[in-house]
Design a protein around this ligand. Structure first.
Ligand SMILES: CC(C)(COP(=O)(O)OP(=O)(O)OC[C@H]1O[C@@H](n2cnc3c(N)ncnc32)[C@H](O)[C@@H]1OP(=O)(O)O)[C@@H](O)C(=O)NCCC(=O)NCCS
Length: 171
C-alpha cells in the first residue's frame, strides 16, 4: 500500500448526482464494466441514485451499493449485487482515476467483504473480471479471492466477445 489516503464507505445520497456523473463518465471504467453507460449523464446518475437509495432503505436483496467517500466527496463505489441472503452475492467496484494506485479499492473491498460475511451472512462472494483487467484481478487476489474459472467469450462488450475470470472467496 503506497498511501494512507483515508476513505469511508457510506450509502449513496441524492446530492451525489453531479459528482457521480462527472467521475464515472470515463472510458477506463466503461471498458471493464458491463452495466455502466458511456457517456454517462447527470440523468443517468439520478436514475441510478433513485434505484440504489430505495434498495438501501428497503434492505433489498437486489443490491447493496456503497460510496467510496474521500474528503466528503464521492470518489468511487463498491457493491454487492444479486444478493442471495445466507448464500452468495456478486462484488463490483470502480474508482475515479485520480485516486487509483493507492490501495484504496483493495481496502474498500476488504470492508465490503466483511459486511457481506458478517452482516449479510453470505457464504460466498464472487466477481467477474475481464482477463486483461490486471488491476482489478490484483485487488481480488490481495483480498484472498481465488480464481475458479476462465469463461471464454462470456460477454459482449462493444460488439466484441470477451473472456473473463470468475474469482470467489468463502466465509
Ligand atoms: C480496478 C480499480 C478499481 C483498482 O482501484 P485501485 O484503488 O487503484 O486499486 P489498488 O490500488 O487497491 O490495487 C491495484 C493493484 O493493481 C495493480 N495495477 C494497477 N494497474 C495495473 C496495471 N496496468 N497492470 C498491472 N497491475 C496494475 C497495482 O499495482 C495494485 O497492485 P499491488 O498492490 O500488488 O501493487 C480501478 O483501476 C478502476 O476503477 N478500474 C476501472 C473499473 C474496473 O475495472 N472495475 C472492476 C471491474 S471487475
Amino acid at each position: 500500500m503506497r498511501s494512507a489516503t483515508k476513505f469511508l464507505l457510506r450509502p449513496f445520497r441524492k446530492s451525489d448526482d453531479k459528482i457521480l456523473a462527472r467521475r464515472i463518465n470515463d472510458w477506463s471504467i466503461y471498458r471493464y464494466t458491463m452495466n455502466i453507460p458511456y457517456p454517462y449523464s447527470v440523468r443517468d446518475a439520478r436514475k441510478f441514485l433513485r434505484k440504489v437509495i430505495a434498495q438501501y432503505r428497503q434492505r433489498s436483496s437486489m443490491g447493496l451499493h456503497l460510496v467510496i467517500d474521500i474528503d466528503d466527496e464521492l470518489a468511487g463505489s463498491v457493491s454487492l449485487v444479486k444478493i442471495e441472503k445466507g448464500h452468495k452475492a456478486e462484488l463490483g467496484y470502480w474508482l475515479a482515476k485520480e485516486y487509483r494506485g493507492q490501495g484504496i479499492v483493495s481496502r474498500a473491498v476488504a470492508e465490503m467483504v466483511k459486511i457481506g460475511f458478517n452482516k449479510l451472512k453470505l457464504k460466498k462472494i464472487y466477481a467477474y473480471v475481464f482477463t486483461n483487467n490486471t488491476a482489478s484481478y490484483r485487488v481480488l487476489v490481495k483480498n484472498g479471492f481465488k480464481k475458479e474459472g476462465l469463461l471464454i467469450q462470456h460477454v459482449k462488450k462493444n460488439g466484441k466477445l470477451k473472456d473473463e475470470y470468475i474469482l470467489a472467496k468463502y466465509a
